[in-house]
Design a protein. Sequence first.
Length: 337
Amino acid sequence: MLSLKLVCYRSAQNINPESSLSIVVCIKNGEKHLNNIQHLKNQKFSPKEVIIVDDFSTDRTPELLDLYRSENTHILQADLDRKGKKTALKKGILTANHNTLLLTDIDCVPASDLWATTMMQSYNDSYDILLAYGPYIKQPGVLNKLIRYETALTAIQYLSYALYSIPYMGVGRNLSYRKSVFLDSDQFSSHLHIPSGDDDLFIASVSRRHKVGICLEPESFTYSEPESAWGSFYKQKSRHVSTSDQYSPLHKFLLSLGSGSHISIFFLLFILLTIGSTKLALAIFLIRMALLMIILSPILIKLKEKDLIYYLPFLDVILFLYYVILMPALIFKRKEW
């Protein structure tokens, strides 16, 4: 039901977008992605500045970054070497000369040179925070489809919750908020001991006092290269769920309904098959697939993930296995980055 608003949602496109912008990116050992800085510099939005904060890289990143330094592209060095990027991000934000911030990661590529403009046009006078979509690049293989599907479902959740005025997270790959929002917050100090959380925990905390909007225009998407190995994907998701116990009781309950009902349905199907109720199990599965098709298809089309529609039955089964395998990460949370 939460996704119904998302189906009908149209992003605001104000004629006069925000007047100035600071794009802030943190980088650690990302020399192979440095060319992406040019995509940020080429954004057709003015005036803007690009702030790149090196987080104690040990590869050739520091020396190569100097090649991108210019009047409106500032290269900084983080003050402290900590797990996660919060200290580096804080320095970039505090250094920003403009009140509207646009955050992304160095391995992300904007869908177009109108990314910044489209995001800024989606602000209105009441928004202080803007959530957007950060999909992964389409590649062959089962893992890629699972990553993109799980990413789309996560986006459907956090964008829908924002529309219902109960936002709980954003993604650092594509996120915008006012500098004043950051200055009015605890500036990550309440969860500085957790490597992740600069996006979800921060948004959850500041959204109680500031109104949140969303942007769904395709030009506003930022694309990232997905993990190519199952082990790396598991480590990545294990790291992401390390912040889940910091969510509010309401958000924990609402989010558990989705994954909990998914797991429960498949356990029910397993029990029915075990006792020989094959027809009933098949009927329940087909009803679930029909509902998934009806609910998710228009949203996946809006998110430019149309090809995933044809694999929904298969992906639904794989996602169940993903939830089961990820359970140990929820119980035994990682302490290191």
